[in-house]
Design a protein around this ligand. Structure first.
Ligand SMILES: Nc1ncnc2c1ncn2[C@@H]1O[C@H](COP(=O)(O)OP(=O)(O)OP(=O)(O)O)[C@@H](O)[C@H]1O
Ligand SMILES: [Mg+2]
Length: 257
């Protein structure tokens, strides 16, 4: 094996206790498998989740490359949001392994998980969850303040992001004074404020008319070009799903493609 390969950032030796070992045979050899893994931003193995008798996720395994845009589709109730919440550490799987940005996140303590989430993951939901009593700018800044960023640094970064997202004329507006598309762009700026490696979006355009939805979809791709984040987008919008680098379908608790 090449010495240079071992010295690459993210290289992890495979050991018997490493659950990733199960798949190494599809690669030329173990070392090459490790090398390939170093390009993945998200690795999930055998994710299982039930709510009582309802077995929602039966065994989900996926790898998502750094900088990739993945769409997740499936019927209502198939488990798309459940999977997204588990990948985003908002909910815990019953069993399974999750590594994000080279950090194994299943099994982290609640405090560590909140810290991890604040720094590594940005969320965009169908209902933007902006705080109504704060201005657009303040909403964008909040995760930055939670992280411990200074007022001037965080506000400067928020203004820069809002400018990129075409919101520089809306800094002082409250959410109720913004259009649906603008509210969603504020939510995206808020998701980006801490430079996360991963953006998880659940029906981001579910509440928008078709023109605003298309604009929002294009925005994800231009943001990826600019910041190189990895995007996982749950959607019923077939156009958005088809634009992604890869489309995964959940059915009967597993990924079928
Ligand atoms: N906290 C919970 N307690 C009990 N059941 C739940 C819980 N969360 C989700 N479920 C159930 O799990 C199943 C999957 O829900 P989920 O929200 O992941 O579906 P979805 O694919 O996102 O659907 P939609 O496209 O309608 O948003 C549903 O039957 C739902 O009722
Ligand atoms: Mg859902």
């Amino acid at each position: 094996m090449d010495r240079e390969l071992c010295e690459l950032p993210g290289f992890q030796p495979v050991t018997k206790s490493n659950p990733l070992i199960r798949n190494y045979k599809i690669f030329r050899d173990r070392e090459f498998y490790n090398f390939a893994l170093s390009f993945f931003m998200i690795i999930a193995r055998d994710i299982v989740k039930s709510f009582g008798e309802l077995h929602v996720l039966k065994s989900i395994s996926l790898e998502i490359q750094d900088g990739e845009i993945i769409s997740i589709v499936g019927a209502s109730g198939a488990g798309k949001s459940t999977l997204l919440h588990i990948l985003g550490t908002l909910d815990k799987a019953d069993s399974g392994f999750i590594e994000i940005d080279k950090i194994r996140v299943d099994g982290l303590s609640d405090k560590k998980i909140s810290e991890f989430r604040n720094r590594h993951i940005g969320f965009v939901f169908q209902f933007h969850h902006l705080l109504p009593e704060f201005t657009a700018l303040e909403n964008v800044c909040i995760p930055g303040f939670i992280r411990g960023g200074s007022r001037s640094e965080t506000t400067g970064k928020a203004k820069e992001l809002m400018d990129i997202l075409g919101l520089s004329g809306r800094l002082k507006h409250r959410p109720s004074e913004l259009s649906g598309g603008e509210q969603q762009r504020v939510a995206i700026a808020r998701a980006l404020i801490n430079d996360p490696g991963v953006i998880l979006a659940d029906e981001p355009s579910g509440n928008l008319d078709s023109n605003s939805a298309m604009e929002l979809h294009k925005l994800f791709f231009s943001l990826r070009e600019r910041f190189r984040q990895t995007y996982v987008i749950v959607t019923h919008n077939t156009e958005l799903a088809g634009m992604a680098d890869r489309k995964l379908t959940i059915r009967d608790g597993v990924i079928i493609q």
